[in-house]
Design a protein around this ligand. Structure first.
Ligand code: 1GP
Length: 259
């Protein structure tokens, strides 16, 4: 059976994000990985605390063991908080008709074409059929890389090789990806270096620069925001301490940039 498909590229969620960035805000995204969540009520507890602290969006996803039903259930639970819900798929099983948007990512420094374009070809049809807004994202794995790097067969860029990160970011932007995600890997011992963030922001100032992986304290989050990150993502930290996650959100939201 053939269906007529129509893309929704950069719509309401994109406007929400870009308007905030234009106002000089730094955004915080709360990543909820269904595979790491003990139960659904803990998603609500995390959401309650972090929405009160000012988190701007939820991201739902992970690199391993996430089914569409997992994403569905969490997205449905999180609707009532009233902030956008964005799928962060490690594979096509990470999509859901209940999310508002998807980080439509290409893992640019993967050695496996499947993670660069193969999964996207399969997923694009589902995204169009569900009518989900696609946020075109160049996903670049730096340093440790974690499960995302391993599963995605990335060749992580060495921490000190900022010029390679910049080259990938330039390529992503020139290919039409308006979102650039520098990923150190969930639970990374060190986040993406400040210097890489500064240089990428200078090279592609109009892209929305997302930085995540291994951000565990408010100072680090503040420094990354000041270096030029438009969006700070935290996930794992809530497992250590919800209070710490709250303090990171507050720190991120207090960084204002002159536009
Ligand atoms: C991982 O960038 C995210 O994809 C968040 O990483 O879990 O280390 O906060 P953490």
């Amino acid at each position: 059976m053939s269906v007529s498909l129509r893309v929704k590229r950069e719509d309401r969620v994109s406007k929400y994000i870009k308007d905030k960035v234009r106002e000089g805000q730094t955004l915080h995204f709360t990543l909820i990985d269904p595979a790491k969540l003990p139960d659904l009520s803990s998603a609500e507890k995390i959401a309650d605390a972090l929405v009160a602290a000012g988190t701007d969006c939820f991201m739902i996803g992970g690199s391993l063991g996430v089914s569409e039903r997992d994403v569905d259930e969490i997205a449905i639970k999180l609707k009532k908080f009233g902030i956008p819900i964005i799928a962060f798929p490690g594979n096509i099983s990470g999509l859901s008709k209940y999310v508002d948007a998807v980080l439509f990512m290409s893992l640019l420094n993967s050695e496996d074409p499947y993670y660069i374009v193969g999964a996207q070809v399969a997923g694009a049809v589902v995204v169009a059929r569900y009518g989900i807004e696609a946020l075109p994202t160049g996903y670049i794995v730096v340093g440790y890389g974690g499960t995302a790097g391993y599963v995605g067969r990335a060749r992580p860029i060495p921490y000190e090789k900022h010029e390679i990160v910049v080259a990938y970011a330039l390529a992503a932007y020139m290919l039409g990806m308006n979102y650039i995600y520098l990923e150190a890997g969930s639970g990374a011992p060190k986040p993406v270096p400040l210097e890489s963030v500064k240089l990428v922001k200078a090279a592609v100032p109009d892209a929305i620069l997302i930085v995540g992986g291994g951000i565990r304290d408010p100072d680090t989050a503040t420094q990354l925001a000041q270096a030029g990150a438009d969006v700070i993502v935290t996930g794992n930290i809530v497992e250590d301490s919800l209070e710490k996650a709250v303090s990171i959100v507050r720190a991120v939201k207090s960084v204002r940039k002159s536009s």
